[in-house]
Design a binder for this molecule. Structure first.
Ligand SMILES: Nc1ncnc2c1ncn2[C@@H]1O[C@H](COP(=O)(O)OP(=O)(O)OP(=O)(O)O)[C@@H](O)[C@H]1O
Ligand SMILES: [Mg+2]
Length: 405
């Protein structure tokens, strides 16, 4: 099977998915705007051919070029695991007459209002919501929905321009900050914990799934610089507390007609146990979430996805052995990283439970934590017991410090 991968070299996880396709026997073609020498080695070795286009977002031009290219390069499937490229992938499939998700099926995954309308019709519990393009519409929606509420971009990512609003006066202070956002979603604020429900599916069957827990809730983690955000892939995904989210996840996939590929849903668990829908993408989660899935089960989820889309099976055994937590660190101070404190003691105390250390080196400029969840690097720890995993993760949060200056 000849599989065309859109942007095989970027972002960071794409080369691993690209390699996965080659490992399961696909002939992998790539299209992207990176010049070939800049495509990371792992992806380059997996690719049989690569079409460099000048601008990946000029859909008309990319479709025309690919049509020409496909005269000598047979294309059987088109895959894209990068959120901004998903509609392009759907348009290309339609232009070339290939199977897979259509534009109509992809749109609800890219529009937070449309998504929730489809789910409402299927009887899934979403936060009360409304779409708004003007300040007046936001005020009217706020009256209807009630406070506290959330205002966020229709096509947001990384909690950018997302605000919790507690009353009408607060809304007036937030509205000027949203002027550059063309369209927002106004939502009932849901209190509780936040989890994911991630799957790999083929032909409408779920072959593998994962539940991760965000600590703390992403909006809080994205507002306070001192926090070291954690994502924890849970070992006991079958515990009763998660059953509501799991059932909701399956119902959401069905309602959206999602049949093949990677999905990433976020949901809330209220203090009374009710599961409420958050959002869903038809792609894997970012920020090392696939790596913690791998560490939790000693799997290669990248290859597992590839096998599912190419052969419609998932042959690696799924043994849930560990909870795996990634902890992101943000340096203190500005400028370059000068000193990393506490790492030696943590490594000595936790030994083999630390499975990955990837921190910005001394001398590197510190990164903007608002722009990248990965910030100045991360550790991954794992342990069969959840309590031990959380204790280690919290100690990485408090005892490991990066100083910039
Ligand atoms: N209705 C809601 N009630 C409570 N909190 C919410 C609600 N909607 C969004 N949030 C908070 O804002 C965060 C970001 O919202 P959401 O996940 O919809 O947007 P995003 O920017 O696409 O996220 P991501 O960081 O996953 O890209 C959520 O993780 C949650 O903490
Ligand atoms: Mg989100």
């Amino acid at each position: 099977m000849n599989v065309l991968m859109i942007s095989p070299g970027f972002p960071a996880e794409m080369p691993y998915f690209t390699r996965g396709l080659a490992e399961v026997g696909a002939r992998v073609l790539g299209v992207g705007d990176q010049p070939p020498p800049l495509v990371p080695e792992i992806a380059r070795r997996a690719l049989s051919d690569y079409l460099q286009v000048r601008n990946l977002w000029d859909e008309e031009a990319v479709i025309a070029e690919l049509k020409r290219w496909s005269k000598r390069q047979r294309i059987d499937r088109i895959e894209c695991l990068w959120e901004p490229g998903m509609l392009l992938a759907a348009r290309l499939r339609e232009a070339l007459g290939l199977p897979g998700m259509t534009v109509e099926e992809t749109l609800p995954l890219r529009d937070k209002e449309r998504m929730k309308q489809v789910l409402d019709r299927a009887g899934i519990r979403t936060p009360r919501h409304a779409r708004a393009t003007t300040a007046g519409q936001v005020r009217a929606a706020a009256e209807r929905i009630g406070y506290p509420l959330i205002v966020k971009p229709i096509a947001g990512a990384g909690s950018a321009d997302t605000y919790r609003v507690d009353d009408a006066a607060h809304l007036e202070r937030v509205l000027p900050r949203l002027r550059h956002v063309p369209e927002v979603s106004v939502e009932e604020f849901i209190d509780g914990e936040e989890y994911t429900f991630d799957t790999i599916c083929a032909g409408g069957e779920v072959f593998y799934y994962n539940v991760s827990w965000y600590r703390p809730r992403p909006l809080i983690a994205r507002s306070e610089e001192w926090i070291s955000p954690q994502t924890v892939a849970l070992r006991r995904v079958d515990q009763p507390e998660l059953a509501g989210g799991r059932a909701m996840g399956l119902a959401v996939l069905k309602a959206l007609g999602f049949r093949t590929g990677f999905s990433h849903m976020e949901w809330f668990r209220k203090p009374d146990g009710e599961a409420v829908f958050g959002e869903i993408g038809g792609r894997p989660p970012g920020a090392r979430s696939v790596d913690i899935m791998n560490y939790a089960c000693d799997l290669d989820v990248y290859r597992g996805w590839a096998e599912a889309v190419v052969h419609r099976r998932f042959s690696q055994p799924i043994e849930r052995k560990y909870n795996a937590a990634v902890i992101f660190k943000r340096a203190q101070g500005q400028g370059r990283i000068r000193r990393i404190a506490g790492l030696g003691k943590l490594l000595a105390d936790f030994g083999p439970h630390v499975v990955c250390v990837d921190l910005a080196p001394v001398g590197a400029p510190r990164r903007d934590w608002r722009q990248t969840l990965i910030s100045d690097g991360y550790l991954i720890v794992r342990h069969p017991e959840l309590r031990a995993t959380l204790e280690m993760a919290d100690r990485v949060g408090t005892d490991l410090q990066l100083f910039a200056g």
